[in-house]
Design a protein around this ligand. Structure first.
Ligand SMILES: [Fe+2]
Length: 263
């Protein structure tokens, strides 16, 4: 399959046109007439992922977060981002990013993973109730917050969860938003959710959560989105005929946030 055909499939699947205004989902570097070799999937592309692509003979990298987010004014080989782009081009590696358009296709995936039921889309698109941003979901009964934190850590296989709120509170209704969703605290509290599950919590978000009387769990940006890699792989297998190349999930990519725990 040509790279351009895979790009068309990704557009058909995730609707590049439905991305957020600030986003840059879609082709980042495109050698459209090249035939796809192996395909590497990562949340982000950096020097380690580039090297992995070269070693594993991948000439297409599909990422969640766009390689080019802010408009480029120059490509300078002396700076890290410029060098990364130049090296990708020199190695004839195409990059396609599926960011908010992918979020919007799978608003319920994280809630499902964490065991929520009767989910609805938190911010549905006008044209479709099934697409949108985040979800509202219910547990089958009421669970003590501290127990639910433990459950989430196991389900996500994560190193840490940051949280604010009363550990003994009973949780039933939650708003679940992958990536940075702390700005939805007030709306979640207005919906009478017991808990907002998201990532990238700041100090003032925790204070705000106390003020609104809602629990807040920061499950980490990486851990809240790492399962997108598998989702993209499954979608490609289902919607393309890529018998002659492999789709590889990056294992060089690691959560850049590390936790220090005193021994
Ligand atoms: Fe993200």
């Amino acid at each position: 399959m040509k790279i351009s055909e895979i790009c068309t499939v990704l557009d058909r699947l995730y609707l590049f046109g439905a991305q957020e205004e600030y986003d840059n989902s879609g082709p980042q570097i495109l050698f459209e007439d090249e035939t796809a070799g192996n395909i590497l999937i990562a949340l982000d592309i950096d020097a380690a992922v580039l090297e992995e692509a070269v070693v594993k003979k991948c000439n297409l990298v599909i990422t969640h977060h766009p390689l080019i987010f802010n408009p480029l004014k120059s490509i300078n080989y002396s700076d890290k981002h410029g060098r990364l782009i130049a090296e990708l081009v020199l190695n004839k590696i195409s990059v396609i990013s599926v960011h908010t358009c992918l979020d919007r296709k799978y608003p319920l995936f994280l809630g499902e993973l964490l065991g929520f039921r009767n989910q609805t889309v938190f911010e549905p698109e006008i044209s479709s109730d099934a697409r949108g941003y985040g979800s509202i979901g219910y547990l089958s009964g009421k669970t003590v917050f501290s127990e639910f934190l433990k459950h989430m850590k196991t389900r996500l296989n994560s190193d840490y969860i940051l949280y604010s709120g009363d550990e003994s509170r009973l949780i039933n209704k939650a708003v679940i938003i992958n990536g940075s969703g702390s700005s939805f605290l007030k709306k979640s509290a207005d919906l009478n959710a017991d808990l907002l599950i998201t990532a990238d919590m700041k100090f003032h978000n925790a204070k705000e959560a106390e003020l609104y009387g809602i629990c807040l769990a920061d499950i980490g940006h990486y851990d809240s989105e790492k399962m997108f890699k598998k989702i993209i792989k499954n979608d490609l297998h289902e919607h393309t005929k890529l018998d002659d190349c492999s789709i590889i999930l990056s294992d060089e990519e690691k959560n850049p946030i590390k936790v220090y725990l005193e021994m």
